[in-house]
Design a protein around this ligand. Structure first.
Ligand code: AMP
Ligand code: MG
Length: 311
C-alpha cells in the first residue's frame, strides 16, 4: 500500500532510547503484519483469498478478520450505507478509469452496483466463516485498515509498558498519553489545498484523530477532480463539495470508518457523529471558499484558523 507510518515514543525516566527503539520496532512489525492480512494488493492476503470466493463457497477466517468485517458491516447500517466495504467492485472500476483515462460507462457502474451492499456478506459466528450472497462480491478494507493497524500498534506499545506515544499510519493518528507531563499531544491538520499550511489544531490525550479527504488521493479526468472515496449508493466518487472530514474518537477504527462516511454524507453525517462516541469537523465548500462545520460534544478542543481557509 505504501502507507507512511510514523511512531514516536518520548524518552522518560526509566525509558531509555534502546527500550523506546525496541518498542517502536515491535509496533512497526505489527503494522506490517496487519497490512499483510488486509491488503487487497497482495494476492496472498487473507482478504484477497476471501475475494476469490465463488458463489456457494465459504471460508474459515481468523477471529481478527471476522471482527473487523463485522464492525465494518455494523457501521454500514449506522451510516445508512455510506461506509460499505463491499464498494470494491466500484473502486476497481474507477481505478481502471484513472489508468485508462476513460470514464466508466453508466452500464458498467450499474453492473458493479449490483454487487455492492453489506447485506451480501454472510458471516457465521459459530463456524467463523464468510461467504457471499452473490457472485462477484468483493471487499476492500482500505477505509478502515489503517485505523486498525494504528490501534494494534498502540496495543503492542502498551503491552511493552509504553505509556506515551504517537502512531501515525498514513494520516490515521492515535495519541497515547501525553507529550510531556505538562502538555498533551498536539495534532495539526493540513490545509486541504495548501500542503505546507495547518488550518486546524487539536490537543489530545488517549484519542485518535483521523482525516479523510479528497486531497490525499484523487485523480483528474476530463478536467474534473475525482476522489478515491466512492458513494456506494450511486456508484460515483464523492463530489468536491465535501473537502475533508476529521474525526476524533478514543477508537481509531471507529474514527476511520466515520471519517470515510462523512466524506460521503457531509452535513447529514454530522448527526450520526452526535450519537457516537466521537466528534468531527468537516470542511465543506461555501461558494468559492471553504468553511468548517462540527459535531460532537467537545467542540472546544478543535482550534480552527478559519482565516487560512477563506484566503
Ligand atoms: P479512507 O482514506 O479511510 O477514507 O479510505 C478510502 C479507501 O476506502 C478508498 O481508497 C477505498 O479503498 C475505500 N473506500 C472508498 N469508498 C468507500 C466507502 N464508501 N466505504 C468504505 N470504503 C471505501
Ligand atoms: Mg477511513
Amino acid at each position: 500500500m505504501g502507507t507512511i507510518v510514523q511512531i514516536k515514543v518520548p524518552l522518560r525516566p526509566g525509558l531509555d532510547k534502546k527500550a523506546a527503539d525496541y518498542a517502536i520496532d515491535r509496533a512497526f512489525d505489527e503494522i506490517d503484519r496487519v497490512e499483510k492480512v488486509f491488503s487487497v494488493y497482495r494476492q496472498d492476503s487473507e482478504i484477497s483469498r476471501i475475494n476469490g470466493l465463488k458463489l456457494g463457497e465459504e471460508m474459515k477466517i481468523t477471529t481478527e478478520t471476522f471482527s473487523l468485517i463485522e464492525r465494518s458491516v455494523e457501521y454500514t447500517k449506522k451510516t445508512s450505507g455510506a461506509f460499505d466495504i463491499t464498494v470494491y467492485p466500484l473502486v476497481r472500476l474507477w481505478q481502471d478509469a484513472r489508468m485508462s483515462g476513460r470514464l466508466p460507462a453508466v452500464s458498467e457502474i450499474k453492473k458493479a452496483l449490483e454487487k455492492v451492499g453489506a447485506a451480501n456478506i454472510i458471516l457465521d459466528k459459530t463456524k467463523m466463516t464468510i461467504s457471499f450472497a452473490k457472485d462477484g462480491v468483493a471487499i476492500d478494507l482500505g477505509g478502515v485498515a489503517k485505523g486498525y493497524a494504528t490501534d494494534r500498534a498502540i496495543k503492542v506499545l502498551q503491552e511493552i509498558g509504553i505509556r506515551d506515544a504517537i502512531v501515525n499510519s498514513g494520516g490515521d493518528i492515535y495519541c497515547l498519553g501525553a507529550r510531556s507531563k505538562f502538555r498533551p499531544w498536539r495534532v495539526g491538520i493540513r490545509h486541504p489545498r495548501k500542503s505546507s499550511e495547518v488550518f486546524m489544531e487539536l490537543d489530545v490525550m488517549d484519542e485518535a484523530v483521523v482525516t479523510s479527504g479528497d486531497y490525499e488521493k484523487y485523480f483528474t479526468l476530463e478536467g474534473r477532480r475525482y476522489s478515491h472515496i466512492i458513494d456506494p449508493r450511486t456508484g460515483y466518487p464523492v463530489g468536491d463539495y465535501i473537502i475533508s472530514a476529521t474525526v476524533v474518537s478514543e477508537d481509531t477504527v471507529r474514527a476511520d470508518m466515520l471519517a470515510t462516511a462523512l466524506c460521503v454524507l457531509g452535513r447529514e453525517g454530522l448527526k450520526i457523529v452526535d450519537s457516537e462516541k466521537a466528534m468531527a469537523a468537516i470542511v465543506v465548500k461555501d461558494g468559492d471558499k471553504m468553511k468548517v462545520e462540527m459535531a460532537g460534544n467537545v467542540r472546544g478542543s478543535f482550534r480552527v484558523y478559519q482565516k487560512k481557509l477563506s484566503q
